[in-house]
Write a protein that binds this ligand. Structure first.
Ligand code: GAP
Length: 416
């Protein structure tokens, strides 16, 4: 894991949050490459599940909602974790994680005696207005789902949708996790990509299976190796308060097999709770949910490859932060720089392109391999006479010479 954290920092994917002030535990910032990767994931997801379908529409709802939403949804009463304190070193832990992962030993000091379990709310609170009292309290949403449920009528009527149909949203969620850790796996602030798919109760199993396949297809689309995840159904006592059946897609992270995504049959729990209906009945819901940070972590783990003389991030080209890098062979030859700049200008409006003229060519390839850039274009002395360049393929390291006139089309074809 340390190798991935270190590459993520070195190349500008993920930085520790507020680092120059000593950090803020379990907050992370996406750097220049990280934000490109995140945006590519979100765009691909939105395209697959919203833009290319006629039965799903998107919304973007507020993070702050009327607190009554969270009372009705059951979160005020039920969204909590069991908290214990180590009697020896006084660190706090989630009781269920201690049992599962640490054999009931304190991960900080090895102590085995803990205080009684207390329920600890996972919702962050803040307040609206100048007076901080009970009436001003609002919560930062712990899931994007409720924004879609409370807008059910607005969306259904304005988009004139008939069952089955879905509402999708990508946005921030916040959870006051007791023992967040493992890099960006469990953080306080994260993004979710969620769909609430409204159906009739009869036949819910068929919709559930279809969504399971859709999620498997998504994982294949982004290049996650099937061998690296498993699907696990929740036991009855594990189910969330709203769910009748849930499966988790669990990824083999370097620190163990843990949840990546979830798929839940939420029944009619939420619409009933908000007293919402459709043509005299209350639709049931299948909910596929995808965490952005966990997607990024799984992608980094899956793509990270150590070869004899290099580290290479074998991301699918569609997701790679930069698609193309352009280099002049030598950084101190003005004629090469001039020609290479022309090539850069030709490509930059078509693809996310990066310029690199530092150090020697080998170092530049090394750095682009670590960034996951699928193609490197080099302008050398032959380019000046023949108006051509070399294209180097990240994975095979093979180089082809191609005419600059054909470069855009060739790259488009390769990146398809
Ligand atoms: N609306 C259903 C829901 O929120 P969840 O399983 O609690 O279900 C959905 O969360 C997804 O959100 C998870 O599968 C995971 O990808 C992501 N997630 C949840 N808590 C997280 C955290 N503390 N840090 C990062 N991602 C988190």
């Amino acid at each position: 894991m340390q190798k991935i954290v270190s590459l993520a920092k070195r190349r500008g994917f993920v930085f520790p949050g507020s680092e120059i002030y000593g950090g803020l535990a379990n907050t992370w910032d996406f750097g220049p490459l990280g934000v490109e990767l995140v945006n590519n994931v979100k765009q691909l997801w939105w395209h697959k599940f919203v833009k290319s379908r006629s039965d799903i529409v998107g919304i973007s709802s507020s993070i702050l909602m009327n607190p009554k939403v969270w009372e009705a949804s059951g979160h005020v009463a039920g969204f909590s974790d069991p908290l214990v304190e180590c009697k020896k070193c006084h660190t706090r832990h989630r009781a269920d994680h201690l049992k599962e992962e640490n054999g009931n030993k304190c991960p900080s000091c090895g102590g085995t005696e803990f205080t009684e379990e207390k329920q600890f709310s996972g919702m962050f609170k803040t307040s609206i207005g100048p007076a901080e009292d009970e009436t001003s309290i609002v919560y930062l949403r712990p899931e994007t789902a409720q924004g879609m449920f409370v807008n059910f009528k607005n969306v259904q009527q304005t988009a004139r949708l008939k069952l089955p149909f879905g509402i999708a949203q990508i946005g921030k969620s916040f959870r006051n996790e007791i023992t967040p850790r493992n890099f960006i796996f469990r953080v306080l602030e994260f993004e979710q990509m969620e769909i609430e798919y409204f159906i009739e109760e009869k036949g819910w199993e068929k919709h559930f299976d279809t969504w399971q396949k859709e999620m498997e297809n998504w994982l294949a689309d982004i290049g996650i190796n099937k061998k690296n995840y498993v699907i696990r159904e929740h036991d009855k006592d594990e189910l969330s308060h709203y769910s009748k059946k849930t499966i988790d897609f669990e990824y083999q992270y370097p620190f163990g097999q843990k949840e990546l995504y979830g798929l839940a049959y939420r029944t009619d729990f939420d619409l009933k709770a908000h007293k919402l209906s459709y043509e005299g009945m209350v639709p049931h819901v299948i909910e596929p949910t995808f965490g952005v940070e966990r997607t990024i972590l799984a992608l980094l783990c899956d793509a990270y490859t150590e070869e004899k003389d290099r580290i290479v991030l074998k991301l699918k080209p569609a997701l790679a932060p930069y698609k193309v890098a352009v280099f002049p062979l030598l950084a101190n030859k003005p004629e090469l720089i001039k020609k290479a700049k022309k090539v850069f200008d030709l490509l930059k409006d078509e693809f996310t392109t990066v310029w690199d003229a530092r150090g020697n060519i080998g170092k530049r390839y090394y750095s682009q391999d670590e960034a996951g850039t699928p193609f490197c274009i080099t302008v050398d002395f032959d380019s000046l006479d023949n108006n051509d360049v070399t294209i180097r393929d990240r994975d095979t390291m093979k180089q082809d010479r191609v005419s600059i006139d054909k470069l855009v089309d060739i790259l488009k074809q390769k990146l398809k």
